[in-house]
Design a protein around this ligand. Structure first.
Ligand code: FES
Ligand code: FES
Length: 160
């Protein structure tokens, strides 16, 4: 007898319906059921932030969220940032490239999704506000300064 539960989740505008184990994390659902590998998995216990996605517009750790808890929710992952029609990178992605906000890139999806939420809520953040917002995302490579500069650049471009 299976205890799989029917789960329907809107991911980057596409509706997916699957039978899932109740213990399956949202991160594993995205990566293994939907083959959306842009959401990375590091610590798997809420520390590093690489698995950050937006759930109904709010940033959340997909490693700490069960897929069944996201039933009926709208998820945005890093794959949803790029313009679906033109293929153009999101201004936040481009700013991270231009301001050298990544090296190995493992942490980058989490930083991008957190930045998306930050700049939506606060289009002109101070450096302290940027550091505060990104405080839950860890990076082993950059020393963070170039990430802060990337967010500043993205903010100024988005303000136009
Ligand atoms: S993998 Fe989710 S917080 Fe580290
Ligand atoms: S760029 Fe390597 S962990 Fe952040």
């Amino acid at each position: 007898m299976t205890n799989r539960q029917r789960t329907t989740i809107l991911v980057n505008g596409t509706r997916y319906e699957r039978e899932v184990e109740p213990r399956l994390s949202l991160a594993d659902f995205l990566r293994h059921e939907l083959h959306l590998g842009g959401t990375h998995v590091g610590c798997e216990h809420g520390i590093c932030g690489v698995c950050t996605v937006l759930i109904d517009g709010r940033s959340a750790r997909s490693c700490l969220t069960l897929a069944v808890q996201a039933d009926g929710a709208e998820i945005t992952t890093v794959e949803g940032l790029r313009d679906a029609e033109t293929g153009q990178l999101h201004p936040i992605q481009q700013a991270f490239i231009d301001a050298h906000g990544l090296q190995c890139g493992f942490c980058t999806p989490g930083f991008l999704m957190t930045t998306l939420e930050l700049l939506r809520d606060n289009p002109q953040p101070s450096d302290d506000e940027i550091r505060e917002a990104l405080g839950g995302n860890l990076c082993r490579c950059t020393g963070y300064q170039s990430i802060v500069e990337s967010v500043r650049l993205a903010a100024s471009r988005l303000r136009g």
